[in-house]
Design a protein around this ligand. Structure first.
Ligand code: AFP
Length: 337
């Protein structure tokens, strides 16, 4: 592929017509979202929308608009049998003869909108096995391992797309002149040499021992067991932290913590953790809940939350070894012998 390969050309060469068509629908919606973000306050998209999403979080206006844009586009795509959005309680059945299911977080990091910081759209594409029948929630409850495609559109200083169809990760940059995504890297690889980590350190007192130990070791820098200085970065949008890891390495964590009793983690398995895990693994990294590979976990609910540790493989494995040493699972339960 040359530097001027468009997304359409890439999709034609590397995916099935069904996946290509679904990706094109997602990309078209992302361009509309990107244009709205460019207008910012002038488009009247700043401030609260008034409602709450199913997780009990305040919805921003653009969350609602982005959700509607993606949903309406996808349910009109004949390949799409059903759609699940982080913003909606229920799944939306689409075309009974479709072969694909799509899940998305329409605007990850939405609290960043009002401060003009990076946000993005995360998506995952799963197979649909019940053609001729109306899709229902149980059709979506598949392991991340089953994903046919996943990725994200990031709306930062420029708009970009990172996507995998299970054979490496390709990255595209949106060209405002031609209004198309242009391939900039067809084999994104995560650096093994990590000097950056991302975690919301204000949760420190709620962490389990393995994470507290790990972060303590990193902050000791060249005076501690890691014998090297580390930098900490936190954008408060997983999409931006994962994008940085793809570009220059590192590890991202939103581990289980004891802040809110009964909450299994902050991030959502089907809208954030699975698609990002697919991208990270396909770029040579690893992704776990601290102990278990995320893409091996069978979801019990479309809005299930999960702890996440992802990025450079060596670091993710190091964290896992700390849990094993402590004899606990990612949620603090005792590990069985
Ligand atoms: P929003 O989309 O509600 O802003 O949440 C973003 C997010 O789920 C994830 O993208 C971030 O990594 C994480 O929340 C940030 O969480 P903290 O606010 O606890 O730092």
């Amino acid at each position: 592929m040359t530097a001027q390969t468009t997304l359409a050309q890439y999709l034609e060469s590397y995916t099935t017509p069904q996946l290509a068509s679904t990706m094109t629908t997602l990309a078209t919606a992302s361009v509309a979202i990107s244009h709205l973000l460019d207008k910012g306050a002038l488009a009247g998209i700043h401030g609260e929308a008034g409602g709450q999403n199913v997780q009990g979080e305040a919805q921003k206006k653009l969350d609602v608009i982005s959700n509607d844009l993606l949903l309406n586009a996808l349910i009109h795509n004949p390949n799409c049998a059903g759609v699940a959005s982080e913003e909606l309680d229920e799944i939306s059945p689409a075309n009974d003869d479709g072969t694909l299911l799509v899940t998305f977080d329409p605007l990850d990091g939405s609290s960043n909108i009002d401060i003009n910081m990076t946000v993005g759209t995360i998506f995952s594409i799963l197979p649909y096995h019940n053609q001729g029948q109306r899709a229902c929630e149980s059709d979506f409850l598949q392991k991340g391992e089953n994903q046919l495609g996943a990725g994200y559109f990031i709306y930062g200083t420029s708009t970009m797309l990172a996507v995998t169809f299970g054979d490496g990760v390709a990255m595209f940059s949106f060209d405002p002149m031609s209004q198309t995504y242009i391939l900039i890297n067809d084999d994104v690889r995560i650096s093994h040499d990590t000097a950056e980590y991302a975690i919301n350190a204000s949760n420190r007192r709620y962490w389990l021992e393995p994470i507290a130990t790990y972060i303590e070791e990193l902050t000791q820098g060249d005076t501690g067991v890691r014998a090297k200085d580390y930098n900490m970065r936190w954008v408060a949008a997983m999409i931006a932290d994962v994008h940085r890891i793809l570009i220059r390495g590192g590890v991202f964590m939103y581990p289980f913590d004891t802040k809110i009793a009964g909450k299994a983690g902050k991030l959502r398995l089907m809208y954030e953790a699975n698609p990002m895990s697919f991208v990270i693994e396909q770029a040579g990294g690893a992704s776990t809940d601290g102990v278990q590979r995320i893409m091996d976990i069978t979801p019990t609910h479309i809005h299930q939350r999960i702890p996440v540790v992802l990025g450079a493989k060596e670091e993710v494995e190091y964290v896992k070894a700390l849990y094993e040493k402590a004899g606990i699972l990612a949620n603090g339960d005792k590990a069985s012998e």
